[in-house]
Design a protein around this ligand. Structure first.
Ligand SMILES: CC(C)(COP(=O)(O)OP(=O)(O)OC[C@H]1O[C@@H](n2cnc3c(N)ncnc32)[C@H](O)[C@@H]1OP(=O)(O)O)[C@@H](O)C(=O)NCCC(=O)NCCS
Length: 135
């Protein structure tokens, strides 16, 4: 993924209720994320349209996967598994052996997808957030 993909990627994310968008998904923020994590985020596209997209990156210790989305017309064909796998392989190449992601508890399809592609659902953690600017 490059920043040139931004408009098409955001349009896909906006069409996918399981993807929670925020001010962290502005063009400026995504450009910064891609610059800090080169070669770790991917799009899948054909001649006509964007079929899928995913962000990933790491902080030097652990990897993180965000906003995996596949266009509804192309689901259940292995594209989500392939995009997630590309992230994990690229992160492993960068020396990252363990990755985390966030998924809304109400997103049953998303949870099932991650479990069926090898991810472990943790019940020993809570997520906590601090809002500096109420964002
Ligand atoms: C989740 C999502 C990315 C899956 O993409 P996909 O290309 O359809 O996934 P795959 O075809 O690679 O599926 C791999 C396996 O995951 C499981 N799976 C995928 N979608 C599933 C669903 N909705 N319910 C249950 N299991 C599912 C299946 O076991 C599937 O294998 P199978 O088709 O051979 O049975 C896609 O449904 C999507 O974009 N959803 C909206 C956005 C979203 O919720 N993203 C997750 C954010 S955390």
């Amino acid at each position: 993924m490059s920043v040139q993909d931004y408009d098409a990627v955001v349009a896909l994310w906006q069409a996918c209720p399981g993807v929670g968008l925020s001010s962290a998904d502005s063009q400026e923020s995504i450009a910064r994320y891609l610059a800090r994590n080169p070669g770790l985020s991917f799009v899948a596209e054909n001649e006509e349209q964007l079929m899928g997209a995913v962000l990933s990156g790491h902080d030097g210790r652990r990897g993180y996967v965000h906003h995996l989305a596949v266009h509804p017309a192309y689901r259940r064909q292995g594209m989500g598994r392939a995009l997630g796998g590309r992230c994990l392989a690229a992160l492993a190449d960068a020396g990252i052996q363990k990755c985390h992601l966030y998924v809304f508890a109400a997103n049953q399809g998303g949870v099932a997808f991650w479990q069926n592609t090898g991810w472990t659902l943790r019940d020993d953690l809570f997520m906590m957030s601090y809002y500096t600017n109420n964002e």
